[in-house]
Design a protein around this ligand. Structure first.
Ligand code: UDP
Ligand code: MG
Length: 311
């Protein structure tokens, strides 16, 4: 199947300075190809002039369209909006900050054309990332792949990818509130091909991800997918229970052979602390799930659109 028409989905948060260059580079790389393309820029409630820049670009350039959110809803919601507005044979998701190099776009499209895969993922290496950051991410991928069943997260493969219309439709059918795209992409399956590119640093502005938001994102990834963490906590409880039974038996035997032994302040305190800790942990994990059920049940929309330009 030859790809004739594609939509590019770009979530933008405080990217006013980069967008003109992004549009230019995308045109430069896609115009020589025989495809009809639309660039959908989603302003995710930016604090800078991103909204105005998008409106201007959309009026100047036929191929640019803008969706302006009423406030910041997060990148996941922006991507979802883009997928809903996307038309054509395939959709490409990329970042606005030029860290997802537009030079790769032709290769993404070609690879999809040649292999017929439903997802072609541009996977970055970690060159130039700090040691701490890459070690933490490696640990995270190891940990989350242990905690999450039936999907596999691949280090360095993010949202930068091209999806067939079939994959887009399937993604849209997953209507959950706490979206974790990395997992969803893997969950839908379909033939997937990876291509690699050199990691690069941001040109303008700074990453909106603090360590704290990355941590929350990571937690989402592990928890939003299945109930395995609940089982792990239950298993943990069972192990502790087993150990305490053994300890109890040992105390009884000791008592039978050597008589009453009163001192036990340290063991008592240790037991109290250990058990309250485990109970709080288990409660926390359950609470996470209850919170998610609450937000699913409310069925609020994922985002609110304030304005559409160029549609
Ligand atoms: N982004 C967004 N909403 C947010 C935060 C980020 O739409 O609340 C966009 C941002 O404009 C960029 C992409 O998501 O296009 C990736 O963000 P960033 O570059 O900050 O993340 P990193 O590259 O560090 O993963
Ligand atoms: Mg970035």
């Amino acid at each position: 199947m030859a790809i004739k028409k594609i939509s590019l989905i770009v979530p933008c948060y405080n990217e006013g300075a980069t967008l003109p260059e992004l549009v230019q580079q995308v045109s430069k790389n896609l115009d020589p190809l025989d495809v009809d393309w639309k660039l959908i820029l989603i302003n995710d409630g930016s604090k800078d002039n991103t909204g105005e820049v998008i409106e201007r670009l959309a009026t100047e350039n036929e191929s640019v369209q803008g969706i302006l959110f009423s406030r910041n809803f997060g990148k996941e919601s922006a991507m979802l909006a883009g997928l809903k507005y996307a038309t054509g044979d395939a959709a490409i998701i990329m970042d606005a900050d030029l860290q997802h190099p537009p030079e790769i776009l032709p290769k993404l499209i070609q690879t999809m054309d040649e292999t017929g895969a439903d997802q072609v993922v541009a996977r970055r290496n970690r060159k130039g990332d700090s040691w701490l950051r890459s070690t933490l991410s490696r640990f995270y991928y190891w940990f989350s792949n242990k905690m999450v069943e039936d999907i596999e997260l691949v280090d360095g493969s993010g949202d930068f990818r091209i999806l067939s219309w079939r994959a887009v439709d399937t993604l849209l059918a997953l209507d959950e509130r706490s979206r974790f795209s990395k997992g969803l992409f893997s969950w839908i399956g379909y033939p997937t091909v990876y291509i690699e590119y050199e990691n690069r640093q941001r040109v303008h502005g700074e990453s909106a991800w603090s360590f704290r938001s990355l941590f929350n994102y990571g937690l989402d990834g592990v928890i939003s997918f299945n109930a395995k963490p609940l089982r792990v906590v239950a298993g943990f409880g069972a192990v502790i229970f087993g150990l305490s039974l053994i300890y109890f038996l040992w105390l009884i035997i000791n008592w039978a052979f050597y008589g009453v032994e009163t001192p036990g302040y340290i063991t008592t305190i240790a037991a109290i602390i250990a058990f309250s800790g485990i109970q709080l942990l288990a409660l926390g994990v359950i609470g996470e799930y209850v919170g998610r059920i609450y937000s699913e049940v409310k069925q609020r929309p994922h985002y609110v659109v304030w304005k559409e330009v160029g549609f």
